[in-house]
Design a protein around this ligand. Structure first.
Ligand SMILES: Cc1cc2nc3c(=O)[nH]c(=O)nc-3n(C[C@H](O)[C@H](O)[C@H](O)COP(=O)(O)OP(=O)(O)OC[C@H]3O[C@@H](n4cnc5c(N)ncnc54)[C@H](O)[C@@H]3O)c2cc1C
Length: 366
């Protein structure tokens, strides 16, 4: 322990500069696609009879497009859990104007092909100006296909909404932020980073605003159910730990953990802190943990209040997934590791000494 040194850095976490890409127009240009009336379709994911938190963030994002936005939430699936999720959606945010429910065996699993076709069908009837989904695997799977069917260009990973057609999104693995103005035809399709649109706690009386629920008429959907993808199975880990995407605290391990057995230290630490466990791609590729724990450009994007990284070098692809965390703590034996450039608190030391000491000193979670 004596050889460890403590570093405290107050660094700018990201260079921020604004660019207008070639397909943008200056703000003074007339915009053919801007309609005065904003109406948004939010594609919502549900599980166990509730709509998932990132989909509620998509509603929050929709609200920031325009104060007068009329927001419809689209749910698809089959059976009683769909109806429960519709009831939950109807009262989960006071800005929701209506909940549209597509109840069919075709949507029992969220496969991209039938979902994209459904979005196309609902858009033909509803004429929405915007369609939004959260930027998780659900939205990233469906939205580009729906955009192709609608012959428009989607804007992905939006982190800020500056107007009904002007958005900010990260580029170069999050090293720069780009302002984009959408000049295409309606609808404008977006995926949003749910961590950038937190859901404020709702006052109790707002829950009494219950939006009407309508069934989507699927008679025009057709019988064509040939998909290039096929549902095989759903695997999930039974864990009492919070979901990685929404956790307040994340404990991440990298290749420095050396093997799956050692990685269990991260799980013990997460248990004590009530945290979610994350991993770098190197740790996932080495088989220490499954890939749904991967944080980064090709993994999950997280922005917890506290992010603790052990044996993580801080490659830009990893930083892309966690640099918006409020407080970043890094433990690495290499004082020159790039993770220290984004860390608020850095400890140069051997994680095999630091983590057992932390485990010993932290009280058990109540
Ligand atoms: C297209 C593309 C996409 C990618 N997407 C992602 C992504 O989404 N997420 C991601 O994480 N990576 C991603 N990567 C990989 C990324 O470039 C890095 O290879 C990866 O993040 C490195 O993981 P690491 O920090 O665990 O491993 P390393 O870079 O090997 O770092 C291990 C660190 O552990 C430290 N260490 C070793 N032993 C100890 C010890 N005993 N105590 C303390 N510290 C110790 C070392 O000093 C070192 O800094 C992507 C790469 C590409 C090309």
């Amino acid at each position: 322990m004596a050889t460890r040194t403590m570093m405290l850095r107050a660094l700018t976490k990201r260079r921020r500069f604004t660019t207008l890409p070639p397909f943008s127009q200056s703000s003074s240009s007339p915009l053919t696609s801007v309609s005065r009336f904003v109406s948004t379709l939010v594609l919502a994911e549900h599980e166990g009879g509730s709509i998932k938190a990132p989909s509620v963030s998509a509603v929050v994002a929709a609200k920031s497009l325009s104060e007068d936005n009329s927001i419809s939430v689209l749910l698809a699936g089959s059976g009683s859990s769909l109806q429960e999720a519709a009831t939950h959606a109807a009262s989960c945010h006071p800005s929701i104007s209506q909940v549209l429910v597509a109840d069919s065996d075709r949507f029992s699993y969220p496969l991209a092909e039938p979902w994209a076709k459904l979005v196309h069908l609902v858009q033909q009837k509803g004429g929405f100006s915007h369609i939004i989904a959260a930027s998780g695997s659900f939205g990233k799977n469906i939205l580009p296909r729906a955009a192709a069917l609608l012959d428009v260009s989607p804007i992905t990973d939006v982190t800020e909404i500056s107007g009904s057609h002007q958005f900010v999104r990260p580029i170069y693995a999050g090293n720069a932020l780009c302002s984009v103005r959408y000049t295409g035809a309606n609808p404008c399709l977006l995926t949003i980073r749910s961590t950038s649109f937190p859901v404020p706690s709702m006052p109790a009386d707002s829950k009494s605003n219950v939006a009407p629920i309508s069934q989507v008429d699927l008679s025009a959907f057709g019988e064509d159910t040939i998909c290039k993808s096929r549902y095989l199975k759903h695997t999930s880990q039974d864990s009492e730990r919070p979901d990685l995407g929404n956790a307040r605290v994340v404990v991440t391990g990298g290749r420095g953990l050396k093997n799956a057995e050692n990685f269990k230290m991260m799980e013990k630490l997460a248990e004590k802190l009530g945290a979610a466990v994350g991993a770098t791609r190197a740790a996932v590729d080495a088989g220490f943990v499954p890939n749904d724990l991967q944080v980064g450009q090709t993994g999950k994007i997280v922005a917890p209040e506290l992010y603790m990284a052990f044996g993580v070098s801080g490659a830009i692809q990893h930083l892309a997934g966690m640099r918006d965390s409020k407080v970043i703590v890094a433990v690495n034996k290499d004082a020159d590791a790039p993770i220290f450039q984004v860390a608020d608190y850095g400890l140069v030391g051997d994680l095999f000494e630091v983590v057992p000491e932390l485990l010993e000193k932290l009280p058990e979670k109540k």
